[in-house]
Design a protein around this ligand. Structure first.
Ligand SMILES: [Mn+2]
Length: 308
């Protein structure tokens, strides 16, 4: 594939849910060799280091939402970081929990709008993350980024969404944990949704190929958001929201290689890695391998690597 400038953006955001540990994620990806893996593929790599949230009011703990003000601070910071990095290359947001996508996707949408191109979003996740601060039962804002970037109401205090992502430009693959309220809301939308049963029945390549064809036909930019819990917890244990029955290593690599073949990806999130829960770094290493596949590595060109 053509050489790219990959910009690593550390986002040690841990405010999107109550269980802590994702703040260690960016350094786990560095330790797992992400930058070298991308350089070995011929890409230029810049590491912006770890961001901090914009200044924000302290969180009081008096609302049902967990840490809304810190999350708002991160969202401001990440919107700007995404806009700036996209002018120079392909940003890879090293999470941090999935609330970082409130900012990374909103910023990517602003950038795409300035280019006069539509933004498409591929959401690889066990969950649909379509809640709003009004609909969430848990109060965990990592379950809200797709609600936010599509312009759902209820995000008072957050940066205003300037360029909502059209519902039909979003594709979620990997679903297997959607609560009743969220399912009802999703069924009112044009978001493309592919649950694990469909993947079992048709294979993971078919819905992805159809989506990538739509992105290409529209000359779209493509933001890919990879949640660790897209993968099966047997192979990727380092996440606080494990749901059995996730994607296999083969399915993960197939998705990433198809993304690479398409040449369409313009930004990437790696989210929800909690190194505190990992097993000798295996989840971090797998996420690095998947990122490398999305950027040109072919699994069958290299020897098997042991985890121990
Ligand atoms: Mn998620």
């Amino acid at each position: 594939m053509t050489q790219k400038t990959c910009i690593l953006v550390g986002a040690p955001m841990d405010s999107g849910k109550r269980r802590t540990g994702c703040l260690m994620g960016p350094d786990a990806y560095r330790t797992a060799g992400l930058a070298q893996a991308l350089r070995d593929l011929g890409h230029r790599v810049e590491d912006m280091g770890n961001l901090t949230p914009a200044s924000h009011a302290p969180d009081t703990g008096l609302t049902k939402l967990h840490a809304p003000n810190e999350t708002i601070g991160w969202t401001h910071r990440l919107i700007r970081a995404a806009e700036q990095a996209l002018q120079r290359g392909l940003p890879i947001f090293l999470g941090g929990d999935h609330a970082l996508s409130l900012g990374s996707v909103a910023g990517a949408a602003n950038h795409a709008a300035r280019q006069g191109r539509p933004l498409f979003v591929l959401w690889l996740d066990a969950h649909s993350d379509y809640h709003t601060p009004d609909t969430t039962d848990s109060g965990n804002l990592h379950g809200t980024p797709l609600g936010y970037v599509t312009g759902r109401p209820g995000f008072g205090g957050f940066p205003k969404i300037e360029n909502p992502v059209p519902q039909e430009n979003i594709c979620i693959i990997g679903l297997r944990s959607v609560d009743a309220a969220e399912r009802a809301a999703l069924q009112q939308t044009e978001i493309h949704r592919h649950d694990m049963r469909e993947i079992d029945e048709t294979g993971i390549g078919a819905p992805l190929a159809a989506f990538l064809d739509r992105v290409a036909a529209a000359d779209g930019m493509l933001h890919v958001s990879l949640d660790v819990d897209f993968l099966d917890p047997m192979i990727a244990p380092a996440v606080g929201t494990t749901v059995p029955g996730g994607a296999t290593i083969r399915e993960g690599h197939l998705v990433m290689e198809m993304i690479c073949d398409s040449g369409l990806m313009t930004s990437l999130d790696l989210v929800e890695l909690n190194p505190f829960l990992d097993d000798r770094g295996r989840t971090a290493l797998l996420m690095v391998d998947l990122a490398a596949s999305a950027l040109g590595r072919r699994v069958f060109d290299r020897p098997t690597r042991a985890f121990t």
